[in-house]
Design a protein around this ligand. Structure first.
Ligand code: HSE
Length: 437
């Protein structure tokens, strides 16, 4: 048998503690698979005095994760600190510079520094493994990098944030408020340290940027992702979607077009009967459209301690077995620059919810503004007032469903509608996808 692989883990939150548990629980099986023992040699976290409900006395403690990353006591560094910069980045870079392999679950780090870190790993012939960074337990990194190498990928899309999907699901099934659902997701350990990254769509965008590089052989470019989060989604939108036969999902979509790669993250109304609408709670789903397989979907828990730790442990085992490969599938020198495609014509139309002052001429003015921007309306519904009483006296909800149009046209028409003064609140706009997903 080879000598043991000595592992250092930095970050002892929900995922870090779950990695310790899984490595313990599966020690004999993992040793048999790897041909060597996997030993935790040292750990690092912010507060050594915190009660984490685990016996950490067996492991050497490092206050400084950067020192742990370069320490001679370890062969492999596991980064579970989080954040694109600071300690997480410095520690990963230090580990790679000292020739150690790295496992990380940090999508923000990869989105921002993935190319530089992958290059460093290649130079040092070290592994940089990050299965847990995208869609929690789902092995989508391995799938794109290894299992689908015989394919040309056309599109990759999915539900990539467990917190958002949990919130949208609970709002629908329990009629709970957005804030209550977010608190639940935080309590269950799904949300980021700063949950605005979840609900603002940035977490999905980081993951999508990584998937784009793997799927299309391009550089990682998070700034090329058009992002819209779910914080403006209300119970009224969820109910209206339900009545219209849809569910609202936060989707990340990367699509190969003739003008480059289109990357977008936004809430989307999908038909209730579609496969993606059935993905509820913390579950994530990723679909790859590619020439040989046509369509491949992977689904599973997208966040949470043990589910995410499962992916971290799989990466540790690969490294213990001696697997080394370019982290992004291709060597960094072979990756193409990401050519950013303009957002395409949207075939499915839009849901627009307006809070309209109930005055003569309001509906006519709205319809005129839409027509001026060449937007064809499929339906206009004026609803009975909902929401708090103070607003009821003044404004009523009006829901417009458009035919296929450009997002730019919708925004332009709505700017004119707002300027006309018939609207009490900012319009809500959600894409409708009738057949795409
Ligand atoms: N906050 C993330 C989510 C964790 O909710 O999906 C997994 O990346």
């Amino acid at each position: 048998m080879l000598p043991p692989l000595r592992v250092g883990i930095a970050g002892l939150g929900t995922v870090g503690l779950a990695v310790l548990r899984l490595l313990d629980r599966r020690a004999a099986a993992l040793a048999a698979m790897s041909g060597r023992m996997i030993e935790i040699a040292a750990v690092s976290a912010k507060n050594p005095a915190k009660d984490r409900g685990a016996d950490l006395s067996r492991y050497e403690w490092f206050d400084d994760p950067v020192k742990l990353a370069a320490a001679p006591q370890i062969d492999l560094f596991v980064e579970l600190i989080g954040g694109a910069d600071g300690a997480a980045h410095d520690a990963v870079a230090a580990a790679l510079r000292s020739g150690k392999s790295v496992v990380t679950a940090n999508k923000a780090l990869l989105a921002k520094h993935g190319i530089a870190l992958a290059k460093l790993a290649e130079e040092k012939q070290a592994a940089l493994a990050f299965e847990a960074s995208v869609a929690g337990s789902i092995p989508i990194v391995k799938t794109l990098r290894e299992a689908l190498s015989g394919n040309v990928v056309q599109r990759v899309y999915g539900i990539l944030n467990g917190t958002c999907n949990y919130i949208l699901s609970r709002m629908e099934t329990e009629a709970l408020s957005f804030d209550d659902c977010l608190s639940e997701a935080q309590r269950l350990g799904y949300a980021e340290a700063d949950p605005s990254f979840d609900i603002g769509g940035q977490d999905t965008a980081h993951k999508l940027a990584v998937l784009t590089a793997l799927a299309f052989g391009t550089m990682i470019d998070p700034d090329a992702v058009a992002i819209e989060g779910i914080s403006s989604i209300t119970l009224a939108d969820i109910k209206a979607a339900d009545e219209l036969g849809y569910r609202i999902k936060l989707l990340g979509v990367a699509n190969r077009t003739s003008g480059g790669i289109e990357q977008r993250v936004h809430p989307t109304m999908v038909p209730r009967s579609s496969a993606i609408a059935q993905v509820m709670g913390v579950t994530n789903a990723v679909t790859v459209d590619a020439d040989a397989v046509h369509e491949l979907t992977l689904m599973g828990p997208g966040a949470g301690g043990e589910a995410t730790a499962s992916a971290v442990v799989a990466d540790i085992v690969d490294i213990a077995k001696g697997l080394r490969q370019p982290p992004l599938g291709l060597p960094v020198s072979s990756l193409k620059p990401l050519e950013r495609a303009p957002i395409q014509m949207h075939e499915g139309g839009y849901y627009i919810r307006l809070s309209v002052y109930d005055r003569p001429g309001a509906a006519a003015a709205i319809a005129t503004r839409m027509a001026e921007c060449n937007i064809s309306l499929e339906s206009i519904m004026q609803r009975r007032p909902w929401g708090d009483k103070a607003k009821r006296a003044e404004a009523v909800p009006v829901i417009l469903i458009t035919h296929a149009t450009y997002e730019k046209s919708v925004r332009q028409a709505l700017a004119s509608v707002v300027a006309d003064g018939f609207i009490a609140e900012n319009p809500q706009v959600i894409r409708i996808e009738r057949e795409q997903f």
